[in-house]
Design a protein. Sequence first.
Length: 251
Amino acid sequence: FGRYFQQIVGVLPDWIVSVLERFEVTDLASLEQKLSEGAAQVSQVFARYAINFGRNTFDFLVSLTIMLYLLFFLLRDGQGLANRIKRAVPLSRMYKQRLFDNFTTVIRATVKGNVLVAIAQGALGGLIFWFLDVQAPLLWGVVMAFLSLLPAVGAAIVWAPVAVYFLVTGAIWQGVVLIAFGVLVIGLVDNILRPILVGKDTKMPDYLVLLSTLGGMALFGLNGFVIGPVIAALFIAAWEMFASAEEFHPQ
């Protein structure tokens, strides 16, 4: 192999040889050294990713086990814990009942609203994929429904690469239709339906529902789509109680 390598280098034009010499690949020994160094670096990268994957998998399994363990006790003793928390809050019965009713209403409305928005976005995404003759539209619709819980990007993680593929492969009208439908229909469903579905039950303004949802997800991750509106609703309820002088200081 070394002899063949030197013969190939010998018949190359001078300018190519000069370029190869600049990168120190005209000598077989230096080329083997560079290849071995590159292989070692690649193996280190793969090893690092494998270790991270194993660690993340272990963390997920541990978290899942802890969640299921705690879920059993919360389902069994949840009512008793809720009653203890109610008794511990240093407010009168009327105010405590108002806060806890608001808390329950916001959680139910937020979960219901996000689930309905996810179903709507997944259904619309699957429908446009079926119209554009994309393979497995039902599967991609389900994937978009789950991804719609993510802030900002959501279902665009699925339909945007497909639109780019259409444009690159020459299917211009399919790509343009998918981009327009994704931005104007699928993308606006979240901004239109979520405030309506959540704000209707929580009696919060649409802009506050949207801001609290996005802010909660930015701070707390995926769980923030419930935590954010809950904090906002409890703040408004507490603010109204303390702002109403006649209600807070009954005559």
